[in-house]
Ligand binder design. Sequence first.
Ligand code: UGA
Length: 447
Amino acid sequence: MSETSTPLKLSVIGCGYLGAVHAASMAELGHEVVGIEVDVAKAESLAAGRVPFFEPGFEELLRRSLDSGRLSFSSDMAAARGAAVHFVCVGTPQRRGEYAADLTYVEAATASLLDVLGPGELVVGKSTVPVGTAARLAEQVAARVPEAALAWNPEFLREGFAVQDTLHPDRLVYGVADAADAPVDAEKVLDGVYARIVADGTPKVVTDYATAEMVKTAANSFLATKISFINAMAELCEATGADVKQLADAIGHDDRIGRKFLNAGLGFGGGCLPKDIRAFMARAGELGADQALTFLREVDNINMRRRIRMVELARQVCDDSLLGKRIAVLGAAFKPDSDDIRDSPALNVAAQLQLQGANVRVTDPAAVPNVRRHWAQLDCVDTPEEAAEGADAVLLLTEWRQYKELDPATFGKVVRTRRVLDGRNALDRESWEAAGWTYRALGRRNV
Ligand code: UGA
């Protein structure tokens, strides 16, 4: 275990996905960390070393950090008293019925933190917020505790790689107040927190609040745009008989373009990309700069069209009618190595198929308990074989390794008709066709 030269006392407010991983990772770096979580059951579960979500490698990290005695959890904000740095890691979901972000949790966490904040301490926002939020919160901090300060330090972790991304990020971004007016040297404090990461030579950008806030939303908007770009190409490939996978490979060889995030298919979902591009558009509108982001509306439209197209494709292969057809859906999480079903394209398609009269069975290696809890109307089973029993078509909607490794010959024995729709362009088409399956995918030529 590597220790930092000067261990600090830290608090992490909000122990959802981001906060829980951040808290345990900071303890791994040698700091003494208290995670504050208002949901008592969640705080107790984390304190007992039980992870309330699926994230490869996280349980080991959590247990190690708890065993070291450096990590604890509490539901009482008073436990954050005396920490040198307070990380705000609460969620900023999409507001119901609107594009804008809901800042209720950020406001509530900050208000309650201000009751315990002491002079010389630093509040560090990590939540994804609309540009302008940090400046507003900094004023609240200054009004209550003039000798404390605020910095914005966005987080870029991906679900499924959260531990790796937190301990070995590809960049650090610090949004800080003007050094001249600041009562705390935020850059120096954050360098102390991330000493090991800084020593690894991780690139660091020190900037103002607005830029730091925008780095996060700009990055997610770029990723969403890249995915929708290749999905728009998939639409054209379908119209022309071209092949989007080969197209992506070919343009991806140009390192100015790059092959990553050019996987065409069902498109993006999850708790970040969809809501972040919408909140970004909403904020641009408030700032009178909506024209700058109108292209993101098209990015969103292209993305949502993929789901409809997948349903159409399923209808087509099922002899133009979904009524009473048995459909196996492999994958429910918004992406592999996650049990997160927020805005999951796979579940969206499964629900549409069911509403249109198909008899749908969904399976997923990790997300089944979440589907059962939140989508009780969907029939959920534990294995792909159960899902595919007597199926008229099998849809691969989340590209878990387990599904990519299915043996098409053996798997073919359980279905009624060997039809597979590859919603993620992830299967080895040739081996499925060789085993007698009719293979269809978005943006791919039919054979
Ligand atoms: C995303 C960003 O990648 C992180 O950098 C960021 O920190 C995070 O949001 C966040 O804001 O917290 P995440 O939501 O975990 O991370 O998922 P991604 O790996 O970005 O995938 C998003 C969606 O895009 C998934 O549904 C995935 O299936 C889809 N996708 C991804 C594609 O359809 N094609 C691709 O080529 C890549």
